[in-house]
Design a protein around this ligand. Structure first.
Ligand SMILES: [Zn+2]
Ligand SMILES: [Zn+2]
Length: 192
């Protein structure tokens, strides 16, 4: 959402309450591994904290979905994140990106560590989407399982082992063969 800063920029401490829904389809286009069956919605505020610095804060919640890393079925993750993103004037962000350690601006950066991830605004308008997206992508895990105990797919026939066992006998090689062997022995003991 694009926020017009005309009113907020006049005085430090001005704030505007925000309630918005992100475009789930657009997000899924940005990172094809994730889908959003429940579009992320944000409830929070944008505050002018002085000298062109704006703080976007609040909660972002929704449900993300991806393929289970073991069985490839849909795995869902409801989320409710705390958002705190800093926006600075474009030229300030450029300055921070250009400068390394040691010089004057580098020292300033030490005093203002959150500025390292600061997002730009042009003084007139501020786009909340990049801030909310940054918070979202940072919070989503690299992999997700449909269930902690997901048994995955049989490496031989591809059968989903959560549904039933397929009777394949895995070759006794590879890092998990000892475990598989132990599992079979236990299975046998149970049956006897
Ligand atoms: Zn699974
Ligand atoms: Zn199998």
């Amino acid at each position: 959402m694009i926020v017009d800063l005309s009113r907020l920029r006049r005085q430090a401490g001005s704030r505007r309450e925000l309630r918005l829904v992100m475009d789930g389809a657009q997000l899924a286009k940005r990172d094809a591994t994730w889908r959003f069956p429940e579009a992320p919605h944000f409830e929070g505020r944008l505050e002018h904290t002085g000298e062109g610095r704006y703080l976007l804060s609040g909660r972002l919640s929704g449900t993300a979905e991806t393929d289970c890393a073991r069985c490839l079925k849909a795995a869902r993750l409801p989320f409710d994140l705390r958002v705190e993103e800093i926006y600075l004037p474009q030229r300030r962000v450029d300055e921070l990106n250009r400068t390394d350690f040691g010089d004057e601006v580098g020292v300033e950066r030490e005093l203002e560590p959150e500025a390292e991830r600061a997002l730009p605004h042009d003084g007139q308008y501020l786009d909340t989407d990049p801030g909310l997206e940054a918070a979202l992508w940072l919070a989503l895990p690299m992999v997700l399982l449909c269930n902690e105990d997901c048994r995955g797919l049989c490496p031989i026939c591809g059968h989903n082992l959560n549904e039933s066992s397929c009777g394949c006998q895995p070759e006794p090689t590879g890092p998990f063969s000892a475990l598989a062997e132990l599992g079979r022995l236990l299975e046998k003991t149970k049956k006897e």
